[in-house]
Design a protein around this ligand. Sequence first.
Ligand code: ASP
Length: 579
Amino acid sequence: MSSWRDQPVGGYTAADAGKRVTLAGWVDTRRDHGGLVFIDLRDFSGKIQLVVNPEHAAEAAELTKEIRNEFVLQAEGEIVRRAAEAVNPNIPTGEIEVQVDTLSIVSRSTPLPFQVGDDVDDVLRLRYRWLDMRGDRMQRNLRLNHTIIAGIRRAMDDMHFVDVWTPSMTKGTPEGARDFLVPVRLQPGTFYALAQSPQLFKQLCMVGGLDRYYQIATCWRDEDLRADRQFEFRQLDLEMSFVDRDDVLDVMETAVVAAFEACGREAPPRPFPRLGYAEAMARYGTDKPDFRFGMEIEDATELTRNSEFGVFKNAPTVRYIVAPQAFSRAELGRLEEVAKEWGAKGLAYLVNDGGEIRSPIAKFLSEHELGQLQPEPGHTTLFAADEEAMVSRVLGGLRLHLGRELGLMETGAELFHWIVDFPLFERDEDTGQWTFLHHPFTAPAPGHEGFEADPGAALGQHYDLIWNGWELGSGSIRVHDAELQTAVFRVMGLDEAEQEAKFGFLLDALKMGAPPHGGFAMGIDRFVARMAGEPDLRQVVAFPKIASGGDPLTGGPTPMPDSVLKDLGIRSIVDPDQA
Ligand code: ASP
C-alpha cells in the first residue's frame, strides 16, 4: 500500500461501505450542485464518485472551485451507500460513493485539447496520446496487447523455446522492403540497416545448436504506411531445428490458440485447414482468401474455347463468379469500375432477373454455353477473360468487394487457414529476373531441388497463415545446404562475388554443420488489432506514426544540423522545407 492510495478506484463495491479510504486518480467530471460537489475520480480500473459536502469538509469544498477535468487528486473519506434513486447500475462502483473529508490537488491540467474518451481526429489523439491513453479504448487495447503477448510467451516457454535477442542494426536482410539506414560514425560513409526481420540471425542460432529460438522481435521496413502497416512493428519470430513443415505449423497453431485462451476467447479449432497456393489462386483469386463466404471462382476456359464471343474464344483463361443478386445496370457499371481497378479491360456479365437474362453477350453464346453459365434467378454471373494471373486478380478483387458490399462475410467467425506449396520463384515484374517469393532462404519442396533447370515450375516449402483474409505471417523450411543456397542465389542472378559480398557469412555457416531447420514470423500488432476488432494498427500501438511518416507527438522526423551529419560522413541534398 502506497501513501498515495489504498487501491485503484474501480475495485470498490457496496461490500466496502463503512471503510475509510485514501484514493487517487484523475478528475473525469466535476458537477457542482449548489452546495454539494460531485467528482468522478478515474483511473485505469474505473471510476468512483466523490461527494464533497461543505458542511462536512469546508476546506475540501473550497478547493473544488479550482478543480478542472484531468486534475490529479488525492482524497480521503468514507465509503457510503448511495441513496436508492442515485444508484448507477452501469458501473461496478455504482452503488457507493465516497464522503470526502480531505482533498488535495496533486497535479493540475491546462485546458484540454479534447476530453478523454471523445471521438476526435486520430492525429489530434496521437499528438496528445497521453490523454488519449486515459480513455477506455487505448486502455483496453494496450492491456489486450499485453495479455496476448503474455499468453504467447507462456506457450513458447512451455514448448521449450529460448528467447534470444538479435541485433537491430545489421547488414540488411532481404525481406523485400526498403531498409532504414543507420550511419556509422566510427566508419564514416558506411551504414547499418535496421533489421527487416531477424531472419538470418535466427538461422545462425540454429547452426549454433540452439534448437528452438523465439523472440517478440521489432522489425523495421521502409514502406508506405497503411492501416495494417507501420515503419516498425513486432513479430512473434521463431525458428526450430530438425523439423518438418508440420512441426512448425503445429507450434504456430499452439501459439495462436494460447493467445485466444489468454484473452478468454473461444480458440479456433485445430488443425487449421490447409490449402495449396495454386488451388487458392484458382478458387479465390488470391493467396490470402477470406473463407467466410463462398462465391468461388469457376473455370469456363474449355467451355468457351470455340465460343462465338471473340473475347472468350481468344482469351487464355476465362473464369467467372456468381453473385447472389440480379444487379441493375448502374450497379454493373460500378462493378466494372472495380474490375478495371484490378486491371480488367471490361466486365462481361449474365444477369438473371426473375428468369429473364439481361446481358449484351448472351446473343453470342451457344445454348450449351448459356446452359452452363447462366445463373439462377436473382443472381449474376461476372466474367474475366485474360491471362490467368490477371483473371485471378480481377475475380479475386471482385469477390472480396462483393463479399463486403453484400454483407456475405459471416461476422463472428474466426477462420484460420494455412496456404502451402507456394512457388519457389516468381518473375520480378520490373526486371523480368527470377526472384524469391518468400525470401531466398526458403528450401525447395522435396523433389524440386533441381530448380535451376526450370525455376518457374519449382515449389518451395513456404507457408502463410491467414485469418479471415488477412495474412498474419509467413515462414518456411530453410535451405541448410551451402550448395543449394548458392543455386538459389544463382537463379536470382547473383554471381559468386555478389553472393560472397552479401551472404558470405551465411554460406560459411551453412558449410559448418547446419542442421535442417525452419520457422515462422507472425505480425503481433496485426494480430492484436484483429483481436481488438480495430480497423488499424494505430489503435493498438502505443505511439504509432501517421501516413506521412511523421510522429505527431514528438514532431519527428527532424532535419539534423550539418555538423552532426558531417560527423557521420554524410551530407543532405534536400532542404526539408522544400522537399
Ligand atoms: N523472416 C520472415 C518474415 O519476416 C519470416 C520467416 O520466414 O520466418 O516474413
